[in-house]
Design a protein around this ligand. Sequence first.
Ligand SMILES: Cc1cc2nc3c(=O)[nH]c(=O)nc-3n(C[C@H](O)[C@H](O)[C@H](O)COP(=O)(O)OP(=O)(O)OC[C@H]3O[C@@H](n4cnc5c(N)ncnc54)[C@H](O)[C@@H]3O)c2cc1C
Length: 515
Amino acid sequence: MCAKNGVIQSVGENVAMTTTMSRTKPDVAVQHFDVLIAGAGISGIGAAHHLAEQLPDKSFVLLESKDTFGGTWRTHHYPGTRSDSDLYTFGYRFKPWVGPPIATAEKILKYLQEVVDDDQLEQHIRYHHTIKKASWSSNDQLWTLEVLRTSDDEVLHFTCNFLWMCQGYFRHEKGFTPNWDGFEKYRGTVIHPQTWPDDVSLAGKNVVVIGSGATAATLIPNIADECAHVTMLQRSPTFFYIRDNVNELADLLREVDTPEEWVHEIVRRRIIFEFSAITDLALAFPELAREELLKPIREMLGPDFDVDKHFNPSYRPWQQRIAMVPEGDFFKAVQNGKASVVTDEIVSFSETGIQLKSGETLEADVVITATGFELSIFGDIPFLVDDEPYDFAKSVTYRGMMFTGLPNLVQIFGYFRASWTLRVDIIGDFVCRLLNHMDELSAHSVVPALRDEDQGMALRPWVDPEEFNPSYLKRAVHLMPRQGNHEPWIHPHSYIVEKEELPRADLDDGSLIYK
Ligand SMILES: Cc1cc2nc3c(=O)[nH]c(=O)nc-3n(C[C@H](O)[C@H](O)[C@H](O)COP(=O)(O)OP(=O)(O)OC[C@H]3O[C@@H](n4cnc5c(N)ncnc54)[C@H](O)[C@@H]3O)c2cc1C
């Protein structure tokens, strides 16, 4: 594919690209690429790998707001930040993982650094580049992006034939904090884990962590020894999955000198198989799955601890993500009295602590609000198609990655119930196949459109709340694209389904219009 507006010259500002003159602003140099990747987190780096490997002739660039790559794993640096799924599947298909299955942010960033180095991706990434607006022109068959270079506040313009959105799902600048009554009165220190200060000391402090999810369960054992005491205050419980941080199959294969590529692939397949079986079991026999998850917690905390009150959620297993607790470290902190759990509702804050619905008060020197994310839909970027604002909430998704009426754009939104990254590799293959197909057809654009047989199809939310309903999604799912009731308009949210469907997806079934 090539830009339709006049290509003036090739410029090599580290990357293969062309510089064109914009039609609307003749004095402004516009940098043009075949593919523009938004975001240099684990999705963007994976997308770049697949492009570089499968379509080496395409020019591409990654635009990233931050001053470095890694996304989630840079933003979150609270004590103990780690994955909550195993790295054999959270790692890429193409790059063996050689450490313990649950990894710290630091180890994940080291792994990503190796991928960036192996593929020489650094030359393709522009840091401090925040995309502010994306406009599609059907006349030019091009995307034009307005970009703020935050290092010098310069507004730049990029054009691309294809836009690959890898912007993640939450707002990086700040996390979500509920509007508690009297919160402004509280005189102690307040910290949101997403914006953890580098210089805070919790030594000897009475700390309350508000929240029940993976962040709270990770943070607590990592600060418990330093604090005088840490209390987890939750409105309702969450499911946790206790496991040793080892993979016996990987260790066994290594003992017999198996090459790391094989270890990675074999262990990955085994984990995918096991997790799919566990998910199926949880869906078919939720009460059995519930007891299996609670059993080791009951064993660790003993008969006097009210496990049902504090760790037995009202929802079914897998209606929300289940966080792995390696070595049960969170439960050990509760067991040895360094941490405690209170399941109650906040009525209001006082200057020194929190008043609860039960009548109890919790005094706190420090309150840590592990209360989650603010969902960011498509990086909060306004999209325009031929000067008209594009409304994602009115669109129907093609296979959970493209959207009706939005040409030449794919988004990577990973799995909730399996490792996010499993989807990066299979969407990577799909995008490369689609771009090749467009070249074969000499097409400049591709856009999903409902066919005659799809008209009037029943529409459902991006994710069915009966199946998966964490708070951050409930707050914003009405703003997200919808899905239909038959292929290719279904978003199955399942690696097991998509790993079969995506490579076979018929690109000429009439649901993709090429021009
Ligand atoms: C603490 C924590 C632990 C997690 N553990 C797991 C786990 O174990 N397994 C799992 O599957 N998932 C996990 N997740 C979910 C995790 O966020 C994803 O799996 C994954 O890291 C998302 O990667 P991403 O590249 O898609 O998005 P991000 O990591 O969010 O990266 C997106 C990048 O895009 C950039 N960007 C966004 N908007 C713009 C814009 N307008 N212009 C330019 N750049 C932009 C951002 O700066 C960012 O660098 C975890 C999340 C957290 C917070």
